[in-house]
Design a binder for this molecule. Sequence first.
Ligand code: DAK
Length: 260
Amino acid sequence: MTSFENILVELKDDTLCITINRPKQLNALNKNTISELGQAIQEAYTNPQIKAVLLTGSGEKAFVAGADIKEFAHFNGEQGKVLSAHGHRIFKMFEDCPKPTVAVINGFALGGGLELAMACHVRVASDNARFSQPEVSLGVTPGYGGTQRLVQLIGKGKAMELLMSGEMIKADEALRLGLVNYVFAPADLLNEAKKLIAKFTKQSPVAIRGVIKAVNDYFVGNLNGFDSEIEEFGNCFDSEDFTEGTTAFLKRRKANFPGK
Ligand code: DAK
């Protein structure tokens, strides 16, 4: 297996285990981490030994606390669009992967972190996990598919509420909404995820591949929505709200948005 700077990748039995490994930054996704995720998931497409993919975060606090705010705070609209499209392509590789992809959410799954988890086929979480799409508090829209996949998973009304409020929800609420499939005690999370994966890997890989393709095709009509998201997201980077939102986070103060 290739070795990476920001992720750990290991083939355990028939499962490709990918661990985002920036615990000091709560596994925040910078550009390089996203590129590495793309290289890692590519292996699942081509290696016949791999029957499933397990994706998790390093440490006990976070799956992924969002995109790396320190990195994207200085992007302009054009950079935002290019990187959003790049992230969309890689997250879609998790969604379109012909082997089951399971997000094991061991703490915060915020912003880009929740979007990455939602791109996986199935999600399991620890009972201390927390979920949100807080982008509006930073003056941007979600940029890695959140406006589309959250609606697909939990329905428009609740998705609108979470996307517009940026509110953080607990694991039991995520379970109730169907955002995650199961919630376990932190100590049991990994083992329970592996048991779930074993239910998939004992089935026909060809049939599984067909199921994934057919289910995903149901949502193809939403592709225009993704294009809109890239457009809207990129536009945010040229706004004063974005500068204010990211500056306020970095200076650890409350944002005061000018609204333009
Ligand atoms: N980015 C960078 N650093 C982060 C981070 C993040 N998203 N989240 C946490 N950290 C860092 C903190 O800055 C801190 O680092 P030091 O200051 O110690 O150097 C360290 O991780 C530990 O965090 P805290 O000290 O804040 O830990 P607490 O337990 O007090 O709080 C928290 C945990 C998760 C509630 C808090 O860290 C937090 O609110 N984090 C930010 C959550 C957030 O707003 N995430 C971003 C969501 S928006 C893009 C595409 C998509 C996106 C952006 C760009 N492009 C294509 C350009 C998506 C955007 C998002 O994800």
